[in-house]
Ligand binder design. Structure first.
Ligand code: HPA
Length: 270
């Protein structure tokens, strides 16, 4: 992590980010909203794992969104790529060491709720770690026993709801179930997840939330619903479908994300 931190400091000596933003599938266009950005490829940062999925560029952008100083992780390493759940841990640790106190995550997800169709935005209120994998395996010391109640910060969620209301955007809230992937779920699995209390399902976010809480970052996560989950509609699921659906809703989602980031910065001046 120290090597990555030094490398970031050398390339962006002025950067004092307070908010880390992690862009998931379909959210990449948000980068265009980052002003005066220094761009660093993950490949040039020791310990930053490459993001090998279409729609994930694998770059760190340091700059501003209005008055908010941000560090944008454009692309994530998924646990299904190499099997490890700690792919984003070094990146998050480096941004924490650089001064970030909050992590705003985004993802694409499938909906399990009839009242949450594709194009909807859902704030993650809680999660189900279905694979029961952790980025903290191998850590030592008592700090690894992280409390996960209110992992998705209630104060930040209240801020996000206010920002959405001000922008006239409908923002739902629900439980996000992490499925390892990369295959989509079966209809039987989706029926099981409904029984378990899931509102949305996706292949990311949970490991990063665990790592961030361990580091002490406050976490917020927003899902862009790109489809009804398997068996709930006749759509044929594919990554191309996810990206196409996300693109259709991206402008509104990115505007909300910018408003949320500004609201966090206004609430927590550096
Ligand atoms: N399942 C898992 N991950 C997803 C989905 C889904 O239906 N949609 C977008 N990401």
């Amino acid at each position: 992590m120290k090597a990555a931190l030094q490398s970031i400091r050398a390339r962006a000596p002025q950067a004092r980010p307070r908010i880390a933003v992690l862009l998931g599938s379909g959210w990449g266009g948000f980068s265009a909203r980052v002003e005066a950005a220094v761009r660093i490829r993950y490949a040039d940062l020791p310990g930053f794992a490459p993001a090998g999925v279409a729609g994930h560029v694998g770059e760190l952008w340091l700059g501003r969104v209005g008055p908010a100083e941000v560090a944008v992780l454009a692309g994530r390493r998924h646990a299904y790529e190499g099997g490890e759940a700690d792919g984003m841990k070094t990146a998050l640790a480096a941004l924490h060491a650089l001064g970030c106190g909050a992590l705003v995550q985004t993802n694409a997800a499938g909906s399990l709720r009839a009242d949450m169709p594709p194009g909807s935005l859902m704030l993650v209120a809680d999660h189900l770690n279905l694979p029961q994998r952790s980025p903290l395996v191998g850590e030592s010391g008592d700090a690894r026993f992280v409390a996960m109640a209110d992992a998705y910060d209630p104060g930040l969620r209240a801020l996000a709801h206010r920002a959405a209301a001000d922008a006239g955007v409908t923002l739902r809230e629900g439980v996000y179930a992490w499925a390892l992937g990369p295959q989509f779920e079966t209809p039987a699995e989706i029926r099981m997840l409904r029984t378990l209390g899931a509102d949305a399902v996706g292949m990311s976010t949970v490991p990063e939330t665990i790592a961030a809480r361990w580091l002490g970052l406050r976490v917020l996560a927003i899902s862009l619903i790109t489809n009804f989950a398997a068996g709930l509609s006749h759509e044929r699921l594919s990554h191309a479908h996810t990206l196409a659906q996300a693109e259709a809703a991206a402008a509104g989602a990115e505007a909300l994300l910018a408003a949320v980031v500004r609201a966090i910065a206004a609430a927590e001046p550096a």
